[in-house]
Design a protein around this ligand. Sequence first.
Ligand code: DX5
Ligand code: ZN
Length: 229
Amino acid sequence: MPFDRSIKIAPSILAADFANFGAECAAVEAQGADWIHVDVMDGHFVPNITFGPATCAAIRPHIKGVMDVHLMIAPVDPYIDAFADAGADVLTAHVEAGPHIHRTLQAIRGAGMKAGVALNPGTPASAVAEVIDMVDLICVMTVNPGFGGQKFIDMTAKIADLRAMIGDRPVHIEIDGGVDPTTAPLVAKAGADVLVAGSAVFRGGSVNDPAPYGDNIRAIRAAAEGVWT
Ligand code: DX5
Ligand code: ZN
């Protein structure tokens, strides 16, 4: 998983057909997705339940590229090895999920995965200052986590703060929530490189008619990259 700051589009399978995850992952990858974003929710840290490591393990063989697992669970630490065994490439924990984010990030890297830390909209950039050298990715939530299809919350000042804090470190800035061709340029301009999008990728298509996935991915990518032209 070589590091670069090019724009990467990461469809969230939260907006896919839950009865057909394997085919949905293959379809969005064939249509140009860079990473696959997998949202794990526990009904405790967030007010919704999705699935756990067994489902991640089941979809892993259907993903050729990066499996980016976003944990919206508390506690995190008892489940880290299970997500490593499931084949997660990136495992992201919320800084708000417990008192020991430092220990959690150590354990994620110790289990052989890239470590991500996520910040809710109400959490400042400074919350990750002491762990900046322990992470490969910082996920800035632009909605309150728990559901797809919510309205984008402007976090561009926080993104710019984090981009300055990161400097030359090989740390991705990922944006999660309400990303579409309208909001993508704002976050890309502020310094984001990984754009998660659920509803804006999966709308209008299906595994039997995947071409709209490609149109949607290209529209988000073009909007984001347009800031540099
Ligand atoms: C929200 C999830 C997101 C969600 C994004 O809690 O972490 O990944 O699927 O969905 P959209 O792109 O529809 O806002
Ligand atoms: Zn997510």
